[in-house]
Design a protein around this ligand. Structure first.
Ligand SMILES: Cc1cc2nc3c(=O)[nH]c(=O)nc-3n(C[C@H](O)[C@H](O)[C@H](O)COP(=O)(O)OP(=O)(O)OC[C@H]3O[C@@H](n4cnc5c(N)ncnc54)[C@H](O)[C@@H]3O)c2cc1C
Length: 250
């Protein structure tokens, strides 16, 4: 007998529309979502997540929770992507998301050409990062998909030493992090070189006992980082959050 795993139903979708877009860099587009359905939506910390339901041929049909995932009424899978709720401007009823423009991908194409007034819906937010008040230093690591979360973490983290390492495809993907911290951009168009550079950079960090480590990016890269941190450096798992944000070729 097969039993399907049931998961708690996520918050209901809020129907919004695209208000406008802004260029963050040639490799990242900000999409500003708005609408009265943002009433009551709250962000209580950095690096949370939202599910973003994107239109199919301009139409948006709100899917239903099928116990384990959202499905359209005809059983097909809706177009849903996870993004960081980068900024909430409650008085303007606006929510900003910053989307990586990569070669392929529905969210990427949507962000590139989103038209004002076009429908979109969000569910969330998912849990934000909990900042440990005992932490005496932070290390933040990621690829371009983690830039929105890293920028947000930098807005929330206390005044302690912070080291940031970000892998980016091109010099033009480098953005202002708006905080004076020790930061290194590992710029290379070759992903395996980027992985090597991130691991090498982490290997040079003196991981103190009250340090906290946060990383997000491509799943296999994050798996390597987990293995390195926990197996080779014996860094306590309880002091690290390492999240796969996307999977290569998926
Ligand atoms: C908690 C969380 C927060 C996230 N926050 C953000 C965010 O704020 N901004 C953001 O842009 N992404 C963010 N992501 C990652 C985002 O959900 C994925 O990158 C997603 O796959 C993008 O959807 P897509 O439709 O563009 O590409 P998909 O249709 O999902 O994928 C199509 C192809 O593109 C590749 N691909 C997917 N993402 C990338 C990428 N970033 N770089 C290069 N190739 C890629 C895939 O491997 C696949 O081959 C977050 C993910 C999580 C889990």
């Amino acid at each position: 007998m097969t039993s399907l795993r049931q998961r708690r139903e996520p918050p209901a979708f809020r129907l919004l529309e695209v208000k406008r877009t802004e260029v963050v860099s040639p490799y990242m587009q900000r999409v500003i979502l708005g609408g009265s359905a943002l009433e009551g939506f709250m962000l209580d910390g950095p690096a949370a997540s939202i599910r973003v339901l994107l239109p199919t041929q301009g139409e948006l049909a709100i899917p239903v929770w099928a116990g384990n995932e959202f499905l359209n009424r005809d059983g097909s899978r809706p177009i849903i992507r996870t993004l960081t709720p980068r900024r909430l401007v409650a008085q303007m009823q606006e929510l900003h998301v910053d989307v990586v423009l990569h070669e392929e991908g529905v969210a990427s194409s949507w962000a590139r050409s989103a038209q004002s007034g076009s429908p979109v819906a969000i569910s969330g937010p998912g849990r934000a990062y909990t900042i440990d008040p005992d932490a005496d230093a932070f290390v933040l690591v990621g690829d371009e998909s983690a830039i929105p979360a890293i920028c947000q973490l930098l807005e929330y983290l206390p005044t302690v030493p912070i080291t940031v390492h970000i892998a980016a495809r091109h010099d033009d993907a480098v953005v202002d992090l708006h905080r004076d911290v020790a930061k290194t951009w590992h710029v290379t168009s070759d992903r395996s070189t980027a992985d090597e550079q991130l691991i090498a950079a982490i290997s040079r960090i003196d991981l103190g006992s009250h340090m906290r480590f946060w990383a997000a990016g491509e799943a296999a890269t994050m798996q390597r980082i987990r293995k390195y941190l926990f197996a080779e450096r014996s860094f306590p798992r309880s002091q690290a959050v390492v999240r796969g944000y996307w999977k290569r070729d998926r």
